[in-house]
Design a protein around this ligand. Sequence first.
Ligand SMILES: CC(C)(COP(=O)(O)OP(=O)(O)OC[C@H]1O[C@@H](n2cnc3c(N)ncnc32)[C@H](O)[C@@H]1OP(=O)(O)O)[C@@H](O)C(=O)NCCC(=O)NCCS
Length: 167
Amino acid sequence: MSEIVRSATEADMPAILDIYNEAILHSTATFDIEPQTLDERLQWFRETRPPHCVIVAEEEGRVVGWGCLRGFRTKVAYRFTAEDSVYIHEEHRGRGVGTRLLAELIERAKKGGLHTLMAGVTEGNPASEALHKRFGFVEAGRDREVGYKFERWLDVVWMQLMLPPAE
Ligand SMILES: CC(C)(COP(=O)(O)OP(=O)(O)OC[C@H]1O[C@@H](n2cnc3c(N)ncnc32)[C@H](O)[C@@H]1OP(=O)(O)O)[C@@H](O)C(=O)NCCC(=O)NCCS
């Protein structure tokens, strides 16, 4: 099977949107609640600037997962810190696609001169926790009951990876 991980283009936005909207509607992985429109995803993509990025995993010409680096917080002193996200199509989870995407995001973060990566993992997401631990992310804190979705309060566990200085 041919699989590649590459930078996303505008043509990938419908596939990225489908994967993200499924997660919005059926999981607590994201705190968005309403499905997004293609225009919203396009705007998000067009606003992404280095060292941030959007990447996709493609199998047999079909996007099966995507990941991104985006700013952790907007104030300028946070500029060397990014937050990662990884979303895999529900039929393609658990067979290494997330691992390949996060490996590429970490490489891009290093090349982009970032200092540290954060991942906000909603409690009760063992796959995301295992994925991040695999790359050396460690728990850095917990925001208690900051989310409310599907009629319950949700904690966010912050996982963090310190990056080596750029060569
Ligand atoms: C979380 C997610 C990105 C992981 O991607 P994936 O392709 O399914 O994961 P991989 O197959 O690469 O596996 C990564 C690790 O997670 C573990 N894992 C995968 N699915 C798991 C599950 N359901 N329960 C527990 N561990 C799981 C794997 O064993 C592997 O751990 P290891 O490296 O210690 O063996 C994917 O499941 C997903 O898209 N989930 C919905 C959206 C989401 O939660 N995104 C993360 C937001 S922070």
